[in-house]
Ligand binder design. Sequence first.
Ligand code: N01
Length: 545
Amino acid sequence: MTNQQATPTSTPAEQYDAVIIGAGVSGMYALYHLREMGMSVRVYDGASDIGGTWWYNRYPGARVDGPGSPYYCYTFSEELMQEWDWAETQSTQHDVLEYLSHVADKFDFRKDIQFETWVEDARYDESAQRWTVSTSTGINASAPFLICAVGALSTTNMPNIPGINEFSGECYHTGRWPHEPVSFEGKRVAVIGTGSSGVQSIPEIAKQAEHLTVLQRTAQFTFPANNRALTAEDLAVPRDDFDGMLQRMHENEGGFPIGPFPTGSALDLSPEELNAHYEALWQKGGFGFFNNLFSDIAVSEEANKTLADFVRNKIKESVDDPETARKLMPDHFVMTKRPILDDGYYATYNRDNVTLIDLRDDPIERFTETSVITSTGEHPIDMLVLATGYDAISGTMLRLNPKGRGGVSLKEKWADRFHSYLGMTINGFPNLFMIHGPGSPGVFYNMPLGAERQLAWIGQCLQHLKDQNLGAVEPSIQSETAWGEEVSAIADFTLFPRTDSWWTGANVEGKPRYFTAYLGGGMYYQRIADVAEADYEGFEFEPAV
Ligand code: N01
């Protein structure tokens, strides 16, 4: 990792209008947007180049596993949309990074980004109404505004298993995959984790490894990706009617030009009709599956069970060994962990060189230098792959741990709950803005578009400060509390909070456990527009010093 090696020598703080932390999808757009507003901006990122999560996630099989291309992209430039040819519906990590690199070249982003520079501290000076950041390279910077584009899925979740540090073979986390090629040939590999990263990498690793042992804690529902090459006709759709596409993206609940979501209940159909509907979606594959489900799948236990049973039947049909199929049967509400798109995941367990260990029946006791020992015995391995996910949504903000008014740290502020107003601002932390923070739609919305729309709001707010000669903006504690209640009320209407997931923080020991994302979909953007329209209702301002 590049983030904690340097010996900093303190230098006088460089002065900017805004400091942006993170050069991923959101940070790149923040740079573009604020620069277009005429602001002087500096971006810091620990990595060696742009891309954020896409820069780090180079594991085999890594692809967009959402609705995908050509709509997982920026929309701020029609020219960009017209000139970039996406290759497949589920773009590979390599293709996404190439696209982001093209954007960085086209708009000359890199000149304003300081790479291999980890922001170690950020402090607000109330008397000067400025943030000062200090970095691993000794560079300090000061600016009135701090934009935290630190990524919802960027701080890795490392399992705390006895002896894991004694394992002397190769060991890689999917979220910190090496840049050099990793060979699995002739090796005995173990993978811990069966979320999106595990489900994408397991079939690829199995094709090469001498033997693959999958250590599964929770069985998963996954759906066929049916990735395919995009045709000229596919690419023409957004290009021929760019404005129409934008409108459809803005109108859609998830920020993709698909839908509208159906309104009917799964329980209105006979079992035969329902099965035929699910079967047609399964055969078609892709994320379209989720847009053609019934409105009550995520809210009614009974409706949810119809889909869960359908997938459980698919697992039974796909996996030859009944005992392995039994271990692969998920028992949570379908969709309440992030749904996954896969390429032959369940069938991978039919290979002779793949073993599935269900950690609920057969838990890991410890690692040795050369093996993993579970309750039923020792499994010699040459390589360990940790597909164990992230301290998501709040983790990287807490790692940054900015200090706000009175030197109060974010760790103190967020000890019991990840308080925010509109998912972007925090009481006690004036002039600090988060992209995809807790309390925003974040990962429940097309993330590049979500970043663009949040930045449009933030830019408007900064312009308001400038026009009114104001120096600081901060949400009131009451507005923050009310927002938290709104976020929870929407989530509690659904089945989502009832399943342990990274959405609820249940994957990280000691983390406050509640559903942190705003589940109101596109309604969020209307809510934040209304706040601005109502003279920034819920915010407090200070005159400029
Ligand atoms: O992480 P996860 P991920 N012992 O948290 C298990 C996005 N994404 O990296 O479910 C044993 O989903 C854990 O078990 P459990 C996407 O939004 C996008 O896979 O907590 N097991 C789980 O099985 C996704 O949802 C793309 O019981 C342990 C797994 O590790 C999100 O990122 C690609 C364990 C972690 O699954 C995160 O996905 C990949 C332990 N101590 C990801 N700790 C693209 O679009 C954890 N687990 C390209």
